[in-house]
Design a protein around this ligand. Structure first.
Ligand code: FAD
Length: 451
């Protein structure tokens, strides 16, 4: 039987970062990482395999090389059971490994709802993070003219745009009244929708899918309002569920929403077992409610916390809640969101005040590559603390969204944003006199004064 100080299950974002941070923090300890696949996809790069990249080989995450460089043993196998009493795992190959600390990073799998009639027909696809599946999906999609993408979250939007680039006719269907509506307030999601329509994507909103029709292969879909559409392929992008079968079957507590329960150090209720990434329970940073946010950024933040706290707890290294921060780019327009939307604040009973300002991300705006930059900030009315922000702009929108995320995490108030010092340059940023982030904060401050 092999023995190791730390065993990590799963080699994607969370597993890899937990192992690397752990090894950096505890260099004398031995680490083994077990992962199902030999070649790991960069999960966030998956949509680009279907348009921008010529093949999935361009989207490989060099996990083995990074682990090897840091003295971590990598095994391609599947952990079949965790025997927590005697601190061993059993692999599919039959091998057993004894550990001192265990990190579960088994991630998430795409949802294909049981109620969806026709979900198992040929040419119905989900989007797993599995190279073999994705390669076959790409091959089969090439000949398909009309592709229906179900679910207009970030992944559905990115897939639709990549498929349109490849010449497919794409219909994006969203059950909710607006696209990306969990991430953006309605006035911003409508702007993003206009961009997608200009790119050639047909969008149907406020109408869910009822059935996928056809003999054995996809021939179309029936929507909730009875409308039928023909299609050659259907891509389901309607969410992911935590992959917790191994944990559940091994007696590790899984909460009522299906996530492995963890504390702020990412410890499960079983001594010496941690869980990180998509499989681990999340609590929203602002509202403190349980959320199902699954992001690589969150997975890596949690993995770093677990890695640093493996052998003794450092009180400052805790995970204080998930801030949903994400962004994407469609053509030369970037859009991102951090924290909670105004609509979500209202649902949660938070009295908020917002400020929206649209400027230009270069100065003067006549410089090449300049792009409009719109920032909407959301603050708690009584304290002025920033709780959310949304950005539509050029390609710097992603980094600006990260700045808003930092403001949220550090509980900055509108006042501290107003007095913050921001570096600017004509070719790189908006003007210091009209910096949209600060101008949006000024608008909030004005509203708070005149209340
Ligand atoms: C198409 C797409 C685009 C995305 N884009 C973004 C983005 O732009 N930004 C962002 O922040 N997030 C994005 N995400 C979300 C992000 O990919 C996930 O949050 C992230 O992958 C979570 O990492 P993880 O390591 O927790 O889980 P996963 O990536 O799901 O990895 C878990 C790994 O564990 C392995 N495993 C499971 N069980 C076992 C076992 N028993 N034994 C051994 N190995 C096992 C699995 O095979 C898998 O490789 C995207 C996701 C998708 C699908």
């Amino acid at each position: 039987m092999k023995t190791t100080d730390v065993l990590v299950i799963g080699g994607s974002a969370a597993g890899m970062v937990a192992a690397l941070t752990g090894k950096t923090s505890w260099p004398k300890k031995s680490f083994i990482l077990v992962k199902k696949q030999k070649e790991m996809m960069v999960p966030c790069g998956i949509p680009y395999i279907f348009g921008t990249f010529s093949c999935s080989a361009q989207n490989i995450m060099p996990v083995d090389a990074m682990l090897e460089k840091n003295g971590i043993t990598s095994l391609v196998d599947e952990v079949k059971s965790i025997e927590k009493e005697n601190k061993t795992v059993v692999l599919a190959s039959g091998e057993e490994i004894r550990y001192e600390k265990l990190v579960i990073a088994t991630g998430s799998i795409p949802v294909k709802p049981k109620w969806l009639k026709g979900g198992d027909k040929e040419n119905v696809f989900v989007i797993p993070k599995d190279k073999i599946y994705l390669d076959e999906m790409k091959d089969r999609l090439i000949s398909k003219k009309r592709v229906i993408v179900i679910g207009a979250g970030f992944i559905g939007v990115e897939f639709s745009d990549e498929l349109v680039k490849q010449g497919h006719e794409v219909i994006l269907i969203e059950k909710l009244p607006d696209i990306l509506s969990l991430a953006f307030d309605v006035e911003l999601s409508k702007k993003i929708e206009e961009i997608l329509i200009l790119r050639g994507i047909k969008i149907i909103k406020g109408n869910g899918i009822l059935e996928i029709t056809g003999e054995n292969k996809v021939e179309g879909v029936t929507l909730e309002n009875g409308e039928t559409l023909s299609a050659d392929a259907v891509i389901l992008s309607i969410g992911y569920k935590p992959n917790v079968t191994l944990a559940r079957e091994s007696g590790i507590y899984v909460d009522e929403s299906g996530f492995i329960a963890v504390d702020e150090y990412m410890r499960t209720h079983v001594k010496d077992i941690f869980a990180v990434g998509d499989c681990a329970q999340k609590r929203d940073f602002v509202t403190r409610s349980r959320v199902a946010t699954m992001l690589a950024s969150t997975a890596c933040a949690e993995a770093r916390i677990a890695g640093m706290n493996l052998f003794n707890l450092n009180v400052v290294k805790t995970f204080s809640g998930t801030i949903a921060i994400y962004c994407t780019a469609i053509g030369n327009t970037g859009f991102g969101t951090a924290g909670i939307t105004e609509a979500r604040a209202k649902e949660e009973g938070i009295d908020s005040v917002t400020g929206t300002f649209e400027g230009i991300d270069r100065h003067p705006g006549s410089l090449p590559d300049s792009h409009k930059q719109l920032v909407k900030l959301i603050a708690a009315r009584h304290s002025g603390v920033i709780i959310g922000g949304e950005v539509i702009g050029g390609l710097s929108a992603g980094e600006l969204t990260n700045v808003i995320g930092l403001a949220i995490q550090n509980r900055m108030s509108v006042n501290s944003l107003l007095t913050s010092q921001i570096g600017t340059h004509p070719c790189l940023t908006a003007s210091p006199a009209g910096y949209p982030l600060i101008k949006a904060a000024e608008i909030i401050a004005g509203k708070m004064r005149t209340r």
